[in-house]
Design a protein around this ligand. Structure first.
Ligand code: GAR
Length: 225
């Protein structure tokens, strides 16, 4: 499976994915990494792994339309079958979603639909979880469509919030669960346990093997399901 990654930040999720490819656990190839942020740690991590790293933004290309055209051209040239958002803080342009229909996947640091949508990203989610005094938070991996955080959910895993934990502590626990989750979902795409459909119904973007889901749920034990 050939996939590309869009990332805006430090890229720790990207790093785990690259590590799992390197150690043979994930049978897939990351063909390029692109970022809207020239300082993104994710670009540096890609370079270290000798993966083409592109800074693509309206500033580098002259306009949003030109930036979209550049990204589309890269996806086509590299025959990508999946676009992986790993800490990507912008909306994916509609032409890209049309090109890779039901083949764009995102990780969100909370239990959607709670704490999702505009303004809920990264540590903002953990701050909201702390403020609300939630006993549980978690990770959601979902397919991407035109609306923020609203595509079909592929996998959710729960993280208990220890009493008195602040947003930073919550964020650390959630990130650890993200690192154990995203590569498993990519592996499921690579091995056919998750299959993109041609459906225009956002809730039927992919077919998920229930046995695969059961095996992932078993990782957390019965108390967290
Ligand atoms: C991760 O927690 C990811 O879930 C979140 O950004 C962080 C990126 O960390 N993504 C979003 O909030 C998307 N709405 P990383 O750069 O270290 O992988």
């Amino acid at each position: 499976m050939r996939f590309a990654v869009l990332a805006s930040g430090g890229g720790s999720n990207l790093q785990v994915i690259l590590d799992r490819i390197h150690d043979g656990a994930l049978p897939a190839e990351c063909v390029f990494v692109a970022s809207n942020n020239s300082h993104a740690g994710a670009l540096e991590r890609a370079r270290v792994a000798r993966i083409p790293a592109h800074h693509i933004s309206s500033k580098t290309e002259g306009s949003e339309e030109a930036a979209t055209a550049k990204l589309l051209a890269l996806l086509e040239k590299n025959s990508c079958s999946l676009l992986v958002l790993a800490g990507y803080m912008k909306k994916v342009p509609v032409p890209v979603l049309q090109h890779l229909r039901n083949r764009v996947v995102n990780i969100h640091p909370g239990l959607l639909p709670a704490f999702g949508g505009v303004g809920h990203y990264g540590e903002k989610v953990h701050e909201a979880v702390e403020k609300r005094g939630c006993q549980f938070t978690g990770v959601t991996i979902h397919m991407v469509n035109e609306e923020y955080d609203e595509g079909q959910i592929v996998l959710q895993r729960t993280v208990p919030v220890p009493t008195g934990a602040n947003a930073m502590a919550i964020g650390r626990l959630v990130l650890k669960k993200e690192h154990d989750s995203y590569w498993r979902v990519l592996k499921a795409f690579a091995e056919g346990d998750i299959v993109p459909t041609e459906s225009t119904n956002p809730s039927q973007a992919v077919r998920i093997n229930p046995e695969w889901l059961k095996s992932i749920r078993a990782l957390d034990g019965p108390s967290l399901q």
